[in-house]
Write a protein that binds this ligand. Structure first.
Ligand SMILES: NC(=O)c1ccc[n+]([C@@H]2O[C@H](COP(=O)([O-])OP(=O)(O)OC[C@H]3O[C@@H](n4cnc5c(N)ncnc54)[C@H](OP(=O)(O)O)[C@@H]3O)[C@@H](O)[C@H]2O)c1
Length: 324
């Protein structure tokens, strides 16, 4: 218990074994690239086909033989509203098991520094905007992804409990909506930004004159490029310690209508953009308060327009092997 009070964040050892759980995903692959570019020499990654993190015995065996000194937990079952509301059991059960196995095994096998990744959906549906870290557990969750959110909240609590019981300086970060190379563009599983990229790109290719989106387009949302997210993760590991989760975002939001306009221009779609106001809008605004992160010395550097342009370029050149 004494180690925690004395812990001072410091640059990580570039030669230490560093396990990125979920290194093939949107976030994990960006973290992997970032760590490589920062000179980390002993990165460890396992795809879900090699190591199913739901399998407790396999996870313990992996940690016993690899003994990573650092871990980022970016492996999770992730999806948009449709997937979350159709398969709530999978989002609850898979994520709880992945987290409990990785956190328990990392603790058992001596991981010193660990970053757990949650999501902004952990905050109450009607949290005051911008959403501060202190809003956690102050109100009801959004019903469409409450099972996923509860699993993520359990992960934050697990990290806090490990800090209290074992004195380890592990931390949690809560990113806003992320986008970038490697995203999920499938019609069933994707989030709003990749879904818009795919929809407008296909409309541009087929010469469709009108694309209709759900809702009024007036809700405001925040988007962070995943390379910025990766940079923030390393920054937190090297500069932050504390029990409270840290919000990660840009601190700026746009309307979905503005977002659609940026995407349409980036893919070269020049047809009409319609809004079906008979469909629900969801929460009017969702913006994270990032003052804690800013105070620790980090701010986002990739602006939304250029981030979307480069993501569209990536999408177009990888269209034959994107996830479906
Ligand atoms: N995307 C966002 O907008 C967003 C926003 C906020 C927070 N986050 C958080 O960031 C983290 C990563 O999200 P992401 O967007 O990178 O998701 P993603 O692209 O779907 O990647 C998830 C990764 O998890 C791995 N995984 C899933 N189930 C596994 C299992 N049973 N065993 C081993 N590996 C497993 C997958 O491995 P394989 O590829 O090998 O199957 C995949 O690489 C999540 O905790 C999520 O909550 C994401």
């Amino acid at each position: 218990m004494t180690a925690l009070t004395q812990f001072q964040p410091a640059p990580l050892d570039r030669e230490a074994r560093f396990y990125v759980a979920g290194h093939k995903g949107l976030v994990g692959s960006a973290i992997w690239r970032r760590l490589e570019s920062e000179g980390f020499e002993n990165l460890i990654g396992r795809g879900s086909s090699e190591l199913d993190l739901k399998d407790r015995e396999a996870v313990f065996a992996f940690f016993a033989s690899n003994k990573p000194r650092y871990v980022v937990l970016a492996a999770a079952k992730v999806g948009g509203i449709l997937a979350n509301s159709t398969y709530p059991v999978d989002f609850l059960s898979d994520n709880l098991r992945i987290q409990v196995n990785v956190l328990d095994a990392a603790r058992e096998h001596g991981t010193e520094r660990l970053l757990f990744l949650g999501s902004s959906c952990i905050y109450p549906k009607f949290a005051e905007q911008p959403i501060r870290e202190e809003s956690l557990l102050t109100g009801h969750l959004e019903a469409t992804n409450d099972a996923y959110a509860i699993a993520k909240i359990a992960g934050i609590m697990h990290v806090q409990a490990i800090r209290r019981q074992y004195g380890l300086p592990w931390i949690s970060a809560m990113p806003t909506n992320l986008y970038g190379p490697g995203d999920n563009f499938s019609p069933e599983g994707s989030h709003v930004l990749p879904a818009l990229i795919r929809r407008y790109d296909e409309a541009a290719a087929s010469g469709t004159p009108i694309v209709t989106n759900w809702g009024s387009g007036s809700p405001r949302r925040e988007f962070l490029h995943v390379d910025d997210m990766a940079s923030a993760c390393l920054h937190l590991l090297e500069n932050y310690d504390g029990p409270e989760q840290v919000n990660v975002g840009t601190g700026q939001d746009v309307t979905i209508k503005e977002l659609a306009g940026i995407v349409a221009e980036a893919v070269g779609y020049s047809g009409a953009i319609n809004w079906d106001t008979s469909k629900p809008d969801g929460t009017p605004r969702k913006l994270l308060d990032v003052s804690k992160l800013t105070t620790s010395g980090w701010t986002a550097s990739i602006d939304l327009v250029s981030g979307i342009r480069s993501t569209v370029d990536w999408y177009k050149s990888n269209i034959d092997h994107i996830r479906d």
